[in-house]
Write a protein that binds this ligand. Structure first.
Ligand code: RRO
Length: 310
C-alpha cells in the first residue's frame, strides 16, 4: 500500500500535496509541468468567463516569511481550460477546475461549461481578495448559499469551495453547517488574507501597485491563521466536510500539522512560486521520512487526531 495515499471524498490522490490555484497553473505548459511533477493533483488558475489580463504590475511581492498579491484574476478564460483539459499531461492525477464568477449567473455559466469536461472536481472560488468593487462572496453566507445550491445540482463530481479566513468562530460554525446541508464535499482553507500590505523602508514605496497597495497575504505568515480555520471547520462540520489546507506549507512537518488539524490534503502557493514544481518531490520525501521515524503506516492514522495541550 502507498502510505501517502489520501482521499477527498470520491477522489483518490497518490499523495496529499498539490499546487494552490493561481500558482504555476495558468497556461497549458504550466499545468503540464505540474502533471509531470510529484504533485498529488493539478489545480487550475481560477477561470473566468472571459479572458483577463489582470491588474497592473507590480502585483506580486514575495518577502521574507510572507507574500502579498493583487493579481486580479489574470487567466485565458474558461474555454481555454475546457479545450485543453482533454490533452493535459496529467500523469494519472486528478484535475481540479477552479472557477470564479462576478455574479450568480456567471458562476452558473462557468459550472455548466466545466461540468461537461473531464475535470475530476470543481473548486468554487468564493474568496478572491483583489476585486476592488466586488467584495468577497464567501463573507455573505446567503449569496454564497444561493450560488452553491445552484451549482451543486449541476455537478456529479466532488464540489469544493475555496474560502477566505473568517474572524469569528460563529461565522465558521454557521458556514460549515450550511455547507454540509448544501452538499458541499470539501472546503479549501484558506485563500490569502485580503488586506495585506508590504512597504519598502528604503524607498518608502508600496510593493504592489493595484488597490492602493493592499492585497492578499500568503506564505508562512498565513499558516497559523489557516491552521485555526482547518481545526474549527473540522470541528464545526462534525468532520463531514473534507478539508484541503493551504497557507505557508513548505515542509513535510507543515503537511503533518495540517493533517493533524483535520485536513486530508494540502496546497502550496508561495513556496511553489519560489521553489518550482520540484518542491513536491522534496516535501513527499520529508513526509515519508517523518512517517517512518514515527511509525505512521498511513496518513489516515493522523488526519484529525490533534490532541489537547494538557
Ligand atoms: O488573481 C488573484 O488576484 C487572486 C485570486 Br483569484 C485568489 O483567489 N487569491 C489570490 O490571492 N489572488
Amino acid at each position: 500500500m502507498n502510505p501517502l495515499q489520501t482521499h477527498i471524498r470520491g477522489l483518490t490522490l497518490e499523495n496529499p500535496v498539490m499546487n494552490a490555484s493561481g500558482i504555476w497553473c495558468t497556461t497549458l505548459e504550466e499545468l503540464n509541468q505540474i502533471g509531470h511533477s510529484q504533485s498529488g493533483a493539478i489545480v487550475t488558475k481560477s477561470m473566468t468567463l472571459k479572458e483577463r489580463n489582470g491588474n497592473p504590475e507590480p502585483r506580486f511581492a514575495v518577502e521574507e516569511g510572507y507574500s502579498v498579491n493583487s493579481m486580479g484574476l489574470p487567466n485565458p478564460g474558461v474555454d481555454y481550460y475546457c479545450q485543453h483539459v482533454k490533452n493535459l499531461e496529467r500523469g494519472g492525477k486528478p484535475v481540479i477546475a477552479s472557477i470564479a464568477g462576478f455574479s450568480v449567473q456567471e458562476y452558473t455559466e462557468l459550472m455548466a461549461r466545466v461540468a461537461r469536461q473531464p475535470f475530476d472536481a470543481v473548486e468554487v472560488n468564493l474568496s478572491c481578495p483583489n476585486l476592488e468593487s466586488k467584495g468577497i462572496f464567501a463573507y455573505d453566507l446567503e449569496t454564497a448559499s444561493t450560488i452553491l445550491e445552484k451549482l451543486r445540482g449541476m455537478l456529479t463530481a466532488p464540489m469544493g469551495v475555496k474560502l477566505p479566513p473568517y474572524g469569528t468562530r460563529n461565522e465558521i460554525s454557521q458556514t460549515a453547517k450550511r455547507f454540509v446541508e448544501l452538499g458541499v464535499d470539501f472546503v479549501t482553507l484558506v485563500n490569502s488574507y485580503p488586506l495585506g500590505c508590504a512597504i519598502d523602508a528604503d524607498t518608502r514605496k508600496l510593493k504592489i501597485a493595484p488597490n492602493g497597495g493592499v492585497g492578499g497575504l500568503g506564505g508562512k505568515a498565513l499558516k497559523p491563521i489557516a491552521l485555526g480555520q482547518v481545526l474549527l471547520f473540522a470541528q464545526e462540520s462534525d468532520h463531514k466536510l473534507a478539508i484541503i489546507g493551504v497557507g505557508g506549507v513548505d515542509s513535510g512537518r507543515d503537511v503533518i500539522e495540517y493533517l493533524t488539524a483535520g485536513a486530508s490534503a494540502v496546497q502550496i502557493a508561495t513556496a511553489l512560486h519560489t521553489e518550482s514544481p520540484s518542491i513536491f518531490k522534496r516535501i513527499n520525501k520529508e513526509l515519508l521520512l517523518f512517517m517512518k521515524e514515527k511509525h505512521i503506516a498511513s496518513l489516515s492514522d493522523i488526519i484529525g487526531t490533534v490532541k489537547s495541550a494538557q
